[in-house]
Design a protein around this ligand. Structure first.
Ligand code: SF4
Ligand code: SF4
Length: 219
């Protein structure tokens, strides 16, 4: 579902503010994309592994949050978002959207709010201040890291296809179904390298990246 844009090409220093009236309409009928960092944050909050979280709360092999048949996000409760502290980046940014170009250039768009949205746009602060208020910066950093990694994975898989290597291939180790599963990948990596599996999300993410980078490296 594409959300109409009302203004784009905005940079962090530009004026922007938004007052949300918590009507929760924006948690319905959406596709909320998540990356492994966001998955790990949500899984830790719910006290489960990322493997279990992906099975229970996502679709398309962990790429999107699950929505109910009625079209509401699985985490929308009677009092609003039940995972508010660990909500994904797109939920933190809304009604802004963030774009990153091929050379890492960044810009933002103001999205057209839901027809029934009771929030209001303003000009009282800047996009930077809004990002800080929503604690979006660590999520944006993780999004950049995983976007770069995804490009490298795609390119490695393409060159592997071209060279028709089969044995010990990336595809055997990292499948489209499992690469986003931090706990599965890091558990396997720690076993192979006789490491202790870390406790924190950031340390698990660091090893996840390290494991994927190793698989990507040409042998
Ligand atoms: S629809 Fe608008 S007012 Fe309602 S919760 Fe979302 S952003 Fe806030
Ligand atoms: S994670 Fe929370 S904020 Fe995001 S769509 Fe679901 S209920 Fe809404």
């Amino acid at each position: 579902m594409t959300i109409p844009i009302r203004k784009t090409g905005l940079l962090r220093n530009e004026s922007f503010s938004f007052t949300c009236n918590r009507c929760r309409e924006c948690c319905k009928n959406k596709k909320i994309q998540i990356n492994p960092y966001e998955t790990a944050q949500l899984a830790r909050r719910l006290g489960m592994t990322t493997t279990r979280f992906i099975e229970r709360f996502t679709v398309e092999e962990g790429a999107f949050l699950k929505f109910t048949e009625e079209g509401t996000c699985a985490f929308l409760g009677p009092d609003g978002c039940s995972v508010h502290h660990d909500r994904p980046l797109v939920c933190r940014l809304y009604p802004l959207a963030r774009h990153v170009g091929e050379k890492g250039e960044e810009w933002f768009s103001e999205l057209e709010p839901e027809p029934s949205c009771r929030g209001s746009y303003g000009m009282e602060s800047t996009i930077s201040e809004y990002l800080a208020k929503e604690d979006a910066l660590p999520y944006m950093q993780a999004a950049n890291i995983y976007l770069n990694l995804l490009w490298k994975l795609i390119s490695a898989l393409e060159s592997q296809e071209e060279s028709e290597q089969v044995e010990g291939s990336i595809e055997e180790a990292v499948t489209p179904e499992n690469w986003m599963d931090i706990d599965a990948v890091v558990t396997d990596y720690c076993l192979r390298n006789r490491l202790q599996k870390p406790q924190t999300v950031n340390e698990n993410m660091r090893l996840h990246i390290e494991a994927l980078e190793q698989w990507i490296k040409p042998t």
